[in-house]
Each structure stands twice: as C-alpha cells, then as structure tokens.
Design a protein around this ligand. Structure first.
Ligand code: SF4
Length: 57
C-alpha cells in the first residue's frame, strides 16, 4: 500500500499541474520564480524532487 506520508511524487505535489497538453503534467515551481512551468520528465514524476510540497487538501 502506498504510504501518503512517504509519497513525495509529483502526483501529490502542490506544484504539479496536470494540464491537457503534456502527458505527465508540468511543474509550476518555476512559476514562483517568474519562469515558465517545466514539463516533468518520466524519471521524476513518480519520485518527485527536493522542492516537493504536499498538496493542500
Ligand atoms: S518536480 Fe518537484 S516541485 Fe515539481 S511537481 Fe514534481 S515534486 Fe513537485
């Protein structure tokens, strides 16, 4: 069973934007820096990155 406390994948990240143009969505973290959102690479999407922030529910 996936442990929500340990799941730091892009899927549960506040910066994840699952838009309709990309398969895996985009990371909007870069928007907070005034940069365009970046497409998330397949090797990152399930593991996340050090910028992970949990989604507010
Ligand atoms: S790349 Fe990092 S900051 Fe961006 S959505 Fe994934 S975990 Fe979140």
């Amino acid at each position: 069973m996936p442990d929500p406390q340990k799941d730091k994948s892009c899927w549960t990240c506040a910066f994840h934007d699952l838009d309709n143009d990309t398969f895996l969505g985009r990371c909007t973290y870069f928007k907070t820096k005034g940069l365009p959102p970046k497409e998330i690479p397949p090797q990152i999407v399930d593991v996340g990155c050090k910028l992970y922030q949990p989604k507010q529910s």
